[in-house]
Each structure stands twice: as C-alpha cells, then as structure tokens.
Write a protein that binds this ligand. Structure first.
Ligand code: NI
Length: 157
C-alpha cells in the first residue's frame, strides 16, 4: 500500500463527474488499499477517489475506530428519510467546517471490490458520510449543502 496525495479545493478535478468502475481487478484493489492508508493517515471519516486524483466511482468510509472501512464501488443512494443538521468538513477543504442539511437515514446500493452487490443503511454520521462522499463522485463539495459556515470562534471549540 502507499499513501496518495489529497487533491484540494480549487483543483478542477474536484468538480468533475467520475466514471463508473467497469473492471473489478488488481488496479481497483490497489486504489482501495491506497485510499484506506491515506484515510487512516489523515484521520478522516471518508474518502472519494477524485480526492486522490482518480475520476472513478469509488468511495471508502471508516466504519469503526479500529480501522475497518466500508468500500463502495459505483454507489447509488436509493432511499432517504428524515433530516439532520450537523457539522461537516472535508479533507479537501482543510480548516473549514459548516452546518449542512442532510437526510437522517440513507440507503445505498453499491458493489464491493469483488463486484458483489450490497445494500447499506446509514443513520446520523454514516448517513452524512454516504451523502458527502457520493457527492464527490458528481463533483459536488459539502459547501453546496451548507446552511452556514462555522466562524473562527466556533472552530476553537
Ligand atoms: Ni469530502
């Protein structure tokens, strides 16, 4: 495995639409393993492939603090319910946090690295992470969902 460099806001790659994964092969495994190492190194909640410069529909999300990740290939949100307002940030926008409006519960269909289909249901933080990371695959940053950005005094807490 190898850490990859994070792409920061301002880079046009972050506003592009990613292509579907067609081949569930060694190259995909390498990308997923590298993304996991990068996410752990950055102490983040989730990471989408465009954030490491790869325009493919690949997302990983930290499932447990022990370092287990959910791997989502070609993910699609198939159901949402409720709403939540909570603080969000992004590894591509260091130091910036805002309150977003998101669904409370999200159901996602995705494939694993071997091409097997799974359905995941996430609530609260996991629902936010599903929405945030899948948005990256369509070139959307969390700021588009922000009700208001946190200011410096709030960031100190
Ligand atoms: Ni992000």
């Amino acid at each position: 495995m190898a850490k990859r460099n994070i792409v920061f806001q301002g880079d046009p790659i972050l506003s592009k639409k990613s292509r579907k994964v067609e081949n569930f092969d060694e190259r995909l495994y390498q990308l997923l393993d590298d993304m996991k190492e990068t996410l752990i190194d950055q102490n983040g909640v989730g990471l989408a492939a465009p954030q490491v410069g790869v325009l493919r529909r690949v997302v990983i999300i930290m499932e447990h603090e022990d370092g287990d990740v959910i791997e989502l290939i070609n993910p699609e949100i198939i159901e949402t319910s409720g709403r939540q307002e909570n603080v969000e940030g992004c590894l591509s926008c260091p130091g910036e946090y805002g309150i977003t409006l998101r669904p409370m519960k999200v159901k996602v269909k995705a494939y694993d690295r071997y091409g097997k289909e799974h359905i995941y249901t996430g609530e609260e933080l996991l629902a936010r992470a599903f929405c945030h990371e899948i948005d990256h695959l369509d070139g959307i940053l969390f700021k588009e969902h922000v009700i208001r950005m946190l200011d410096d005094s709030e960031l100190e807490n």
